[in-house]
Design a protein around this ligand. Sequence first.
Ligand code: ZN
Length: 300
Amino acid sequence: MPLAMMDEIIGPTRATGRGVGAFNVIGIEHAEAIVTGAQAAGAPVVLQISENCAAYHGALEPIARACLSIARSATVPVAVHLDHATSADLVQAAARLGLGSAMYDASGLPYQENVRATADVARWCHGRGLWVEGELGEIGGKNGVHSPRARTRPDEAARYVAATGVDALAVAVGSSHAMLTRDAALDIGLIASIHRAVSVPLVLHGSSGVPDRDLAAAIRAGITKINIATQLNKVFTAAIRDCLAGDAAMVDPRRYGSAGRDAIAPEVARLLSVISVGNVGQEGPPEPAAELSRDGRRRR
Ligand SMILES: [Zn+2]
């Protein structure tokens, strides 16, 4: 059951009207903690490696191999996915390394060029069994498609999916990347309209800024894949900051590294209880950093 293809996770989940949690990896501690959290929740999960993360490590291969290895020994299905690749070469590198899916992000290009480039990548990927996520960036504005004011038009989304052949579509419905607060206002009616117009699964990027109740509502309205990065970085960094602040003599990275890792796992399990189970009765604290700092202290 361990390393899974994206459609093996997305397909059955979507059929039951639930969501799939896709969490961004930074280092190996993130990957370990995300899988630990998914196992605790008893839910499948997606480990995502962004182009920026690959650049941080100098190459895709080291972090991709770590994620694949962790996925293979998991007790829940785990897919390893390339996130926000703007380079077709990186998508090909992902395929060579054994990743089963990729998001190709041509949203910075004008519509016709986005369609052409994404269709080329999708054709190449489908020839090798890879699942492809695309993004429609027409409405962009200064911050691109993930500006909180950007909106995907249902008719254009349907044309884009038909023209590119993508297996999933990232949509602009009110969320925004890298939000530190969880107060984004999603356009739930628009999600439902896009869902009616588009046959492939829909992906919500920038989900860290979306409160639990709205995540559940977005899934009910038709979102399947929920991408979360910043929220895990917040709890990871808060736990490490707290750990180091409490002990000026601490030098062993395993000590503060494990504090960060131990903080991510329960947050993943909690988010998956919302995303995969639809449980919104345990909304996280408004300022999770404080809560998790206390957790971190308890664990040491
Ligand atoms: Zn994104």
